[in-house]
Design a protein around this ligand. Structure first.
Ligand code: NAD
Ligand code: GLY
Length: 358
């Protein structure tokens, strides 16, 4: 088992990564202190893993609630139903919420935990690659609003992240590929050697080879933990983790969260960010080609069709990263060299959207 740590003073917490952790009672005894536990999962993940988790949490009082599956259900209405379950079962401030599922379950369970009785303990048990490399770590929780992606939310750090890499065995290949988009992101923002390793091991990753997956989970979590440790609430460096996301969120929102998975939209967004960097004279043609090739090789879209540039621009303008009316973008000076800027040429942005949205 690998144990990493997110250093946030008194709210520091471990990320445990290993095979078979879901059935390890000792781990859950140590990291879930509460005697009343609400497990939040969904209708797809629960039939696979809920019973094992319930057994590992014995002898606590355990209530499980299952959310409908999918990004369109990441709404305040569904959060209200979760809160109703907590109240109906008279859970107090000393309870814990355990999220069993992908990023949608994790973001929603975390948000319910953040607002119930002004905040209760929360443990992440991520079961998708995307959640294991990204969303379970760092304490961003929330839901979508009809006006935009993740517009409602709170920072609420988990008490622990318990990652059983064996759960990836049941993950559909399309979902595995979606997770690889966030993995590529880490290489691009700050680790060119990791990016090169991904280029060399793309086939192993696509085949779901356990040791290759374990390596990318560990390295991704190391990078994310370090960034969150120095900028928990995104006043600085943490914004780098949004590389490709301002574009990606706008794509998701423009297509009603149904056409592209989050990770797929991020994949297309990474290429847009790279293209924008190239249009701005920052990135070499060779690096743009490397990035486009790796995203495509991971089975992710490198461009999307059927959305007007104006629609994407309008959606980008309600992104959380807008400051003073100006969209802030994460751009690249090279593979592994990213920065945040609001100082870019609008014509470059328009040309980027026109070329990537055909
Ligand atoms: P998801 O939660 O929708 O899961 C993808 C699909 O896989 C779902 O159908 C789910 O039921 C299924 N599934 C989950 N685990 C499975 C397993 N082991 N076997 C079989 N099926 C399984 O999607 P996701 O890609 O995990 O997460 C995307 C969400 O994460 C988005 O809402 C995004 O905004 C959010 N996100 C949050 C952060 C953050 O920092 N909080 C970061 C990145 C993404
Ligand atoms: N996924 C972006 C962040 O956690 O900040």
């Amino acid at each position: 088992m690998d144990i990493l740590r997110v250093d946030l003073g008194s709210r520091s917490y471990p990320i445990l990564i290993g095979q078979g952790l879901l059935s390890d009672q000792e781990i859950f005894r140590r990291h879930v202190g509460a005697s009343d536990v609400l497990i939040i999962s969904n209708t797809t993940v629960a039939p696979l893993y809920l019973r094992t988790l319930e057994e590992s949490l014995q002898p606590r009082r355990i209530v499980a609630t299952l959310l409908p599956d999918g990004e369109p259900h990441k709404t305040l209405d569904v959060i209200q139903r979760v809160l109703d379950v907590l109240v109906a079962n008279r859970f107090g401030r000393d309870c814990a919420v355990v999220a069993l599922g992908g990023g949608v379950v994790g973001d929603m369970a975390g948000f319910a935990a953040a607002i119930y009785q002004r905040g209760v303990a929360f443990v992440q048990v991520p079961t998708t690659l995307l959640a294991q490399v990204d969303s379970a770590v760092g304490g961003k929780t929330g839901v979508n609003h009809p006006g935009g992606k993740n517009l409602i939310g709170a920072f609420h750090q988990p008490a622990a992240v318990i990652t059983d890499t064996r759960t990836l065995a049941t993950l559909p290949p399309r979902e595995l590929r979606a997770g690889l988009a966030e993995v590529i992101k880490y290489g691009l923002i700050c680790d060119s050697a990791f990016f090169a390793w991904l280029e060399a091991h793309a086939d192993d990753l696509l085949a779901g080879e356990p040791s290759a997956l374990a390596r990318v989970i560990r390295r991704s979590c190391e990078i994310k933990a370090a960034i969150v440790g120095r900028d928990e609430q995104e006043h600085g460096d943490r914004a780098l983790l949004n590389l490709g996301h301002t574009f990606g969120h706008a794509i998701e929102s423009a297509t009603g969260y149904t056409r592209w998975l989050h990770g797929e939209a991020v994949g297309a967004g990474l290429v847009m960010a790279a293209r924008m960097s190239r249009e701005s004279g920052l990135l070499s043609a060779q690096d743009l080609a490397r990035i486009t090739t790796l995203v495509g090789r991971m089975g992710l879209p490198v461009r999307v069709s059927g959305i007007a540039p104006e629609t994407i621009l309008a959606n980008m303008r309600i992104d959380k990263k807008v400051q003073g009316g100006r969209i802030r973008l994460v751009l690249l000076r090279g593979v592994g060299a990213s920065f945040v800027t609001a100082d870019y040429d609008e014509d470059c942005l328009r040309r980027t959207l026109e070329s990537q949205l055909q």
